[in-house]
Design a protein around this ligand. Structure first.
Ligand code: TXA
Ligand code: MG
Length: 345
């Protein structure tokens, strides 16, 4: 066990001394968790194969699941990726710093350990000033997967990171809640036509508008043995609580969940919306927000999954949140978190 330091750094007036100290941990090959606008990342020097291996070991992550490389500016981009930068620059202009990850041909500076053996690299420029200042202080691109033990819900607060990694990483930078709350959209630019490999806050439609072409969604996990984003084949985001998702008509779902609550001896939780939270008796409700407010629902999703465990819930049922633009992203995460435990009504 090591003593995991906590650096509280204010996004609006970052303490220069602490930023330096945080950057130095990465520069000397250590592990530093830091905030991004999506989720907290577990960072290490992306150019150092031993540091990358430390990330895999700490997370218990399969070594064929590549890491996302975080950069602080466009000059750094050119040290990690190669090829034509026209489309990249157009997308960066519109979406960076922000929650869009691009898959590009990798440069020699990035070792195979960082990219899980692939000859491509995933890159993004995170939005928080604190994150970019830390990368700048480290002086190297920073490899950072979500800062959770492999398979667990992603962390949206520093205390989630400590739940999984206290005593096992050098430090965590605490700047409060991640604003968005789910991971970045991943766009593969190495294929002939751009493909979204993981959905997120930035939508294919908006990317297509910048590129002036169609952007397709990658094949669903079930359709391929070898998904293009290798991480997508593994179980994800899962609480220890058994999670069961429903799809179908709202009224039928509420009725079925209530029937199950009445006939169960277990401690039941229901993940629901503001509009339905008073429809359940005898269960603890976890309201993600109004069904019309996808941003809030997204923001609360992972903290809610962690809360189920903290509250000792045996079984959690989850409503169908419809097909508004963010609801589909939320549902994709929930279905994975349930490990395919989906009941169609
Ligand atoms: O929002 C985010 O992207 C967060 C924050 C910390 O930036 N990071 C994150 O990293 O979600 P992680 O490791 O949990 O997910 C990375 C995903 C995996 O599914 C991985 O397979 C995919 O990115 N990926 C990374 N490099 C890739 C590559 N070269 N080709 C295809 N997929 C790649
Ligand atoms: Mg992850």
């Amino acid at each position: 066990m090591i003593d995991t330091k906590v650096f509280k750094i204010d996004e609006d007036s970052p303490d220069t001394g602490l930023i330096k100290e945080a950057g130095a941990i990465i520069a000397r090959g250590g592990l530093l968790a830091f905030p991004t606008e999506t989720v907290y990342g577990l960072g290490a020097d992306a150019t150092d194969s031993r540091a990358a291996k430390r990330i895999y070991a700490a997370k218990g992550r399969p070594s064929d699941n590549p890491l996302i490389v975080h950069i602080s500016d466009m000059d750094m981009l050119k040290t990690v990726a190669e090829g034509e930068f026209d489309r990249v620059e157009a997308l960066a202009e519109k979406f960076w710093p922000g929650p869009l990850t691009l898959i590009l041909p990798k440069s020699d500076r990035i070792p195979a350990e960082t990219t899980g053996g692939l000859d491509t690299v995933a890159v993004r420029m995170p939005a928080p000033r604190v994150a970019r200042l830390i990368i700048e202080a480290a002086g190297v691109p920073v490899a950072a997967p979500s800062a959770n033990i492999s398979g667990r819900p992603s962390p949206t607060r520093a205390d989630h990171v400590l739940e999984d990694f206290s005593g096992r990483i050098d430090a965590v930078v605490d700047s409060g809640d991640s604003v968005i709350g789910i991971e970045s959209t991943i766009l593969d630019l190495t294929a002939e036509n751009p493909v979204i490999l993981r959905q997120g806050f930035i939508q294919g439609r908006d990317i297509g508008r910048v590129l002036g072409c169609e952007v397709s969604e990658g094949p669903a996990m079930e359709e391929t043995d070898r998904p293009k984003a290798p991480g997508m084949k593994y179980k994800h985001y899962a609480p220890n609580t058994e999670l069961i998702c429903f799809t179908g008509r709202a009224e039928s779902i509420t009725e079925e969940i209530n029937r199950r609550i009445q006939s169960s001896r277990y401690r039941i939780g229901v993940i629901c919306s503001e509009e339905t939270k008073d429809s359940y008796n005898g269960a603890i409700t976890y309201c993600l927000g109004s069904a019309h407010d996808g941003r809030t629902m997204m923001h609360r999703l992972y903290a809610t999954l962690r809360q189920l465990d903290a509250d000792g819930i045996d079984i959690a049922y989850c409503e169908d949140f419809g097909d508004s633009e963010y609801a589909t992203v939320i549902t994709e995460r929930l279905h994975r978190a349930s490990d395919g435990n989906i009941i169609r009504l």
